[in-house]
Design a protein. Structure first.
Ligand code: GLN
Length: 493
């Protein structure tokens, strides 16, 4: 393998290097598999199958030898263990699904596989995606490559540690954007409905959306363009023509030029996203990135999302309500864990679920069951649904004055493993800036914006209007062409 450190290259660069026969996909795959083994203690992967990965790489090399020029051909990827895969077990980070094998691939996985991407394995995640910092996995917490005593949030750690150039993720209330922010990588959660949920293990179906974690906005555009698009197997899939985000990446904004590619772009800053309580380091990093966007021609305007604070109680009613319903399928009958000993059917259900689910999942199932129960439904669930609509309306009011919204992703840099103690509400509160867009179903990105306390990464959040992913990606790409925050590598990686 040549000395030019392939793990430092982006997906786009790797695609070109493979096309130029700098290495074969088999060589590249072996190189990254060795890195995964060496960085085992980060806890990024739940499953790696070297033989299967090398087989896929050899098949990609054969396709290339036969004249196939697909951009992603032979480039490694890894999937959050929420996506079912036929060539690897899928656990959703839960003991409930230990050893479960799906007979089919999630649509997102299948589309990347058809494009020739080589899956290196399945990435650790919070149990059934409940959490964002990856402390709730039933298997092991993931460590942040920037500081191993800190949380990273799922798939992002593997991308930050240069174990894989890009990964799939899912974002129900922030689990692509917050991990990207904590780990210094670029992540996009598209509009609800852009990526198929078929084969994505359900947490909260009206919020769950697949997306990408990578090192650059360009790579996000490449992968998103391949994995998105209508899927008849998902009833909530958006019926829209396929998008070539790559082609749109280089188009200037309204009257942009190479020097001022963001000319004419109005970026709205919701005042509720910059409260006095926001950590100073996060505030300064976000402001620094926005100043760069201004230099590129963007205009900053003040807007308001008045119900931002309410998004926490609203989300933490709706998401558990949907989870309690979705997770009722884990009953020990059809698949997954079943208690070894029980007296009767009810006892089997009870023991299976008591043994199979971890504390956070049980908490959510109980909250969800409570808010949906007779007598509380109107007081909690119905009220939350009404507020959800108002939160979405607030965004539309804000978009009358701007094209994109910007702010921090999280109120702080990554916290220490275990720092939240036994208080789950502390972690819930850290979702304040990601939940509004999730509730509205809007696309959002986290883009590296430099460092805060302890040299830890800070992400700039960009939120677009419905189906405006191309504009989001273009703005992030322009910022990355002018700055190098996204190129920072953790020490020792
Ligand atoms: N932190 C949020 C939660 O715990 C979001 C999780 C997610 O997006 N998967 O529910």
């Amino acid at each position: 393998m040549s000395a030019s450190a392939p793990e430092r290259l982006s997906v786009a660069e790797l695609g070109r290097a493979l096309a130029e026969r700098q290495w074969s996909s088999v060589e590249l795959t072996k190189h990254l598999l060795a890195r995964i083994t060496a960085q085992h203690e980060l806890g990024c992967f739940l499953h790696v199958d070297e033989a299967t990965a090398l087989e896929a790489a050899a098949a990609a090399d054969a396709r290339r030898a036969a004249g196939d020029t697909t951009t992603l051909l032979g480039v490694p990827v890894a999937h959050k263990d929420i996506f079912v895969t036929r060539d690897a077990p899928t656990t959703a980070g839960s003991k409930m699904l230990a050893g479960y094998r799906s007979p089919f691939d999630a649509t997102v996985v299948a589309r990347l596989r058809e494009a020739g991407m080589v899956s290196l394995g399945k990435l650790n995640c919070d149990e059934f995606a409940m959490g964002s910092a990856n402390e709730n996995s039933a298997y092991a917490p993931v460590r942040n490559p920037w500081d191993r005593s800190r949380v990273p949030g799922g798939s992002a750690a593997a991308v930050a540690a240069r174990l894989v150039p890009a990964a799939t993720g899912t974002d129900t209330g922030g689990s692509i954007r917050q991990p990207a922010s904590f780990s210094g990588v670029t992540g996009i959660k598209p509009t609800y409905g852009v990526c198929s949920r078929y084969g994505m293990i359900a947490f909260a179906s009206s919020l769950d959306q697949a997306g990408v974690l990578a090192r650059t906005a360009e790579d996000c555009a490449l992968l998103l363009g391949t994995m998105s698009g209508f899927d008849a197997r998902d009833a909530t899939s958006a019926e829209r023509p396929p998008q070539d985000y790559m082609a749109k990446l280089h188009q200037a904004q309204v009257e942009g030029s190479a020097a001022r590619p963001l000319n004419g772009l109005r970026i709205g800053l919701p005042r509720e996203f910059f409260p006095a309580t926001l950590d100073r380091d996060v505030h300064d990093a976000v402001r620094g990135a926005l100043a760069e966007m201004e230099k590129l021609g963007a205009r900053l305007v003040d807007v308001s999302l008045p119900r931002t604070e309410l998004s926490i109680p609203v989300y933490y009613i709706i998401a558990p309500a949907e989870a309690s319903s979705n997770l009722s399928r884990y009953d020990g009958v059809r698949y997954g864990h079943r208690a070894a000993q029980y007296d009767d059917l009810l006892d089997m259900y009870r023991k299976t679920r008591a043994e199979g689910f971890g504390a956070e999942v049980k908490r959510r199932v109980m909250i969800g069951t409570y808010v949906l129960s007779h007598g509380y439904y109107d007081a909690y669930y119905l009220q939350a649904q009404k507020l959800r609509r108002m939160i979405a309306d607030d965004f539309q009011a804000a978009f009358r004055d701007c094209d994109l919204l910007a702010g921090p992703v999280a109120p702080s840099v990554a916290w220490r493993l275990g720092e939240q103690g036994d208080d789950p509400v502390k972690a819930y509160l850290a979702d304040i800036f990601t939940l509004p867009a999730s509730l509205a179903g809007l696309p959002g990105m986290s883009v590296p914006a430099g460092c805060g306390e302890g040299g830890l990464p800070v992400g700039l959040q960009l939120i677009g209007n419905y189906f405006d992913e191309a504009r989001l990606l273009r703005a992030a790409h322009a910022l990355q062409q002018a700055t190098d925050w996204h190129l920072a590598v953790p020490a020792g990686v």
